[in-house]
Write a protein that binds this ligand. Sequence first.
Ligand code: TXA
Ligand code: MG
Length: 356
Amino acid sequence: MYHKTRDEVAVSLKDSSRIKSEMTEIVRLNPEHPQKEAIEQAAAIIRIGGLVAFPTETVYGLGADAMNERAIQKIFEAKGRPADNPLIVHVNNRSMLDRVAERVTRKAEALIAKFWPGPLTLVLKRRSEVALSVSAGLPTVAVRMPQSKVALELINRAETPIAAPSANRSGRPSPTSAAHVAFDLGGRIEMILDGGTTNIGIESTVLDMTDDVPLLLRPGWITREQIAETTGPVERAKKEEELARSPGTRHRHYSPRARVILIEQDSPQSITKLCKDHIREGVVGFIGHTRVDISDRNFHPVVLENSAARYAHSIYSALRDMDERGVDFIVVEGIGESGEGAAVMDRLRRAASEVL
Ligand code: TXA
Ligand code: MG
């Protein structure tokens, strides 16, 4: 197998669809039929230990060779990510899973058969070949098979499992477009594969499968109820356990610069009053499903349909937009907790400085 060096990669990047942004190549792709040449360029960067951001069906990931310790270090540096927060490894078929994890239980196999490729990450016993810092010192490794063609093709061409956290600077909302990635990581990484806006918009469900009863570490698009249909009872990680078993969940997350005020339950009248009160103190953004009638140049409303799917798809992008408009306070109206709503509310609570 012939592997290109970084210089050869640079020389062959001459297509006009590529824009240079402070050393980060942004390559536009057809998400349904990703251009082979572009995928090959990206795969070559991964093989020599570089960083490539790519779209998945959930959010954009920042990828590196999961078996290369130095490459993984670069992910932590580019994101400013705390070293104790482990990464998710992405595979493109069932057999690649055996290169990174062992003791895949019957329940895990059943979930894989039902939900892969898709937004379900399984925590399993780690194989020693995986770069140590991928797991941040834990004896386990988190693995998923993403659904997007770009991601699957990239892993296929790189011929290695790809570790990829969300492609944002640590603590910021996850990116759902290539522009979000460029804003956070432009100049810090080699390439961004631009496959348009991601479908789901929030991160995968993370499920620990190392004990007999599956343990939900991070709610996501695949719900606890859906998992239980396949495996029987699923536990929800309690606070202390969560801290020990999924270090990432204890860091503040998904936050724009502005102060986020989450309204879990309230009437339209009091939402209007809350917004008006804050307009006296600064520029206010509102993200919700209720129409708030305030006309003031310091008020920026974004109205979403009252559904988990619409919220998931748009919430990170809306939070980022508010920052670009110089908003000081973002009032966010919550949605119902049933089904996929649980994952949306989990992210909103983590983004919020205040919950009413
Ligand atoms: O949808 C997604 O999951 C996206 C796309 C790119 O695949 N990735 C993503 O990665 O959200 P990240 O790094 O932002 O979140 C990974 C989560 C963190 O909460 C981390 O603590 C947890 O997975 N995690 C990773 N490895 C783990 C392990 N061995 N045990 C427990 N939790 C783990
Ligand atoms: Mg993340």
